[in-house]
Write a protein that binds this ligand. Sequence first.
Ligand SMILES: [Zn+2]
Length: 110
Amino acid sequence: MVWKCSVCGFMKGGTDEPPKRCECGAPADKFSALSDEELKRIQVIDQTNDVHMEIINLAMKITEVAKKGIEINLDPSCVALFKQVHAEAWAIKRRSKAELVSHVKNGKWY
Ligand SMILES: [Zn+2]
């Protein structure tokens, strides 16, 4: 079973009984067992947040690579292209970050 503290949202799994005390200090009776449906939803949210984090990391790599191309400065058309790539990757990163922030605000964070 997975137990969730109703006070702070802390979760602990692998036991038939709820923890005696939560990390926030709440007693055992503040814990309730998650249903299979809730567990599945948490998994989906967790996986989605991982996808956002991977996208953010990839976009950051792209901005670094584009910066390198700008610094090399072979010719104006390459520099213009790399500047565009940099701006697009930055926009991708910001969109995923904004979505993650909304997940945290809406409790879609585990
Ligand atoms: Zn707690």
